[in-house]
Design a protein around this ligand. Structure first.
Ligand SMILES: *[C@@H]1O[C@H](CO)[C@@H](O)[C@H](O)[C@H]1NC(C)=O
Ligand SMILES: *[C@@H]1O[C@H](CO)[C@@H](O)[C@H](O)[C@H]1NC(C)=O
Ligand SMILES: *[C@@H]1O[C@H](CO)[C@@H](O)[C@H](O)[C@H]1NC(C)=O
Length: 479
């Protein structure tokens, strides 16, 4: 039968093709699968667009843009040497990660795990796997420049969500991921290679969602060895291969996927995250006038930022857009006749007496919704109205965020407790106590740091738990 023969031939052909055809760039590093083809517009200081044009042609279109030399005149660009930062900002703290290619473990800083002082970081980052990925302390805002296309006037300048610093000693390499917000990423030191994949190709990115409801996410594709048998559609994505030099800024639209490689022995970027500005009926530019200076950089300290950080204590990295919180709260408040403090507590599952709340918020003692409610309830009648929510300031919302947001260990000092299992510390202690009749504090700290890669600070905490502030324990006394 002719028909059957044809089918068999076709099948055979398909099979043999499948065997012989290794896709171009299979198991090669990212970038070898197809040549880059998407051109990204570039501006100089002289021809950069006004906020209105920038919003219309780039932000609202989800289209990236490069601003060459945009922050060359900023104070940070001119002054931020290692020495200057150590002298000026040394006491401030930042969050640190391990570089991905070095295994990505959380390194210990001067005092805490996952947290370092600028002083200690400056002295060690050239020779460690520490990568500062952190909110930028507010004290440093005055040195940072905001480019006129975003900051001269208009709505974007009033919607800064978070300011981050990315700093490493070279070699930092990311996975392919997307962020929740629009960002202007300016490079103060070093060079960065960016590979950008527009959001519209997400269907071919092989996405791993970070959280169920989250807007973040990353690709399952291994950037060192792209498996085109498993992820065959990945090679279909047109992409951009761009180099950002020091002094340049990149506008990266919300949700665009990107992979970044940091070059140079000092690689420091500051990223200004601003609202997504989805579904905006009209771009508010009512403060743009003939007097607006469309050429000058402005210091970041002249802007309000939704989440700021003091350089100590609990960090607010990764929180949401305050204006979205406002909308959500208005919606909930309007559904109820009398919205009281306990409704606010319930809304966030923050019942201090409930065991499940305690599991969800291990830091529940830090939280107090009554306090938040008191601040929002301006006429102190015990009932929150939608007008009161509309009138609430960002400062009010900062308090709200601090007390309500999901617990994020990497924002806190107790990070180390969540990383080093109790059993490990307990086992180590048991072994240490077996060795001799006496265990000194000094010896305990040494073995704790060695075996857990933790910090002396926590080693001492554990020891304090045994003997208060004593210098040694007599083993027979504590068994
Ligand atoms: C991407 O750009 C970098 C820097 O110019 C270059 O070294 C690299 O070969 C480019 N990659 C591709 C695939 O074009
Ligand atoms: C970094 O380590 C290398 C050897 O591993 C050493 O030669 C160099 O001096 C160190 N640099 C700094 C800044 O400590
Ligand atoms: C919570 O805040 C309220 C109002 O500021 C205060 O009266 C109360 O003592 C606080 N409760 C706790 C447990 O800290």
């Amino acid at each position: 039968n002719n028909m059957a023969c044809l089918w068999i031939c076709a099948l055979l052909l398909h099979f043999c093709n499948g065997l012989s055809e290794v896709p171009v760039g299979h198991l090669k590093p990212l970038g070898f699968q197809r040549p880059p083809s998407v051109i990204i517009d570039e501006f100089t200081v002289d021809n950069a667009p006004s906020p209105v044009d920038f919003y219309r042609n780039y932000v609202s279109q989800g289209k990236a843009a490069i601003f060459r030399g945009a922050i060359l005149q900023s104070k940070a660009f001119k002054t931020w040497s290692d020495e200057y930062i150590r002298e000026t900002f040394g006491e401030l703290e930042a969050r640190i990660e391990g570089k991905k290619e070095k295994g990505g473990g959380i390194p210990a800083g001067e005092t805490y795990m996952g947290r370092d002082t600028f002083r200690h970081f400056v002295d060690t980052y050239h020779n460690s796997s520490s990568y500062m990925v952190s909110e930028l302390p507010e004290q440093m805002y005055k040195d940072v420049g905001v480019i006129p296309s975003v900051g001269a006037c208009g709505l974007m300048a009033k919607r800064f969500v978070e300011i981050d610093i990315w700093w490493n000693g070279g070699g930092g390499k990311s996975i392919i991921h997307k962020d929740a917000f629009n960002q202007i990423n300016c490079l103060y030191r070093g060079t960065k290679q960016w590979k950008i994949f527009e959001y519209k190709y997400e269907k071919w990115i092989y996405q791993q969602k970070e959280r169920e409801e989250g807007v973040g996410g990353f690709s399952k594709v291994n950037v060192d060895s792209v498996d085109l048998i498993r992820y065959k559609d990945f090679a279909k994505i047109p992409w951009s291969n761009i180099t950002i030099f020091e002094g340049d800024c990149l506008y990266l639209p919300k949700s665009d996927y990107h992979q970044v490689f940091s070059e140079g022995t000092n690689n420091l970027a500051v990223s200004i995250l601003f609202s997504r500005l989805d579904d905006l009926a009209e771009f508010d530019a009512s403060d743009c006038t003939d007097d607006t200076d469309y050429k000058a950089l402005k210091p970041l300290s002249e802007f309000d930022v939704m989440w700021k950080w003091s350089g100590k204590g609990y960090m607010s990295m990764g929180r949401g857009d305050v204006e979205n919180y406002r909308e959500e709260l208005i919606e909930v408040v309007e559904q109820m006749e009398h919205f009281t403090a306990s409704d606010l507590e319930q809304m966030h599952g923050l019942d201090m007496t409930d065991q499940r709340s305690k599991e969800k918020f291990p830091d529940i003692e830090r939280r107090n919704m009554t306090k938040v409610f008191t601040v929002f309830d301006k006429n102190s009648d015990g009932i929150l109205t939608s007008d009161e929510v509309r009138a609430a300031t960002w400062e009010d919302f900062r308090l709200y965020g601090l007390h309500s947001e999901e617990y994020e260990p990497s924002n806190s000092y107790i990070f180390e407790y969540s990383l080093i299992p109790y059993e490990m510390v307990h086992g180590l202690l048991k072994r240490a106590l077996k060795i001799g009749p006496i265990l000194t504090r000094k010896h305990w700290v040494k073995i704790y740091v060695k075996y857990t890669q933790g910090t002396p600070y926590y080693a001492n905490n554990v020891f304090n738990g045994l003997v208060g502030d004593g210098d040694q324990v007599v083993v027979k006394d504590i068994t």
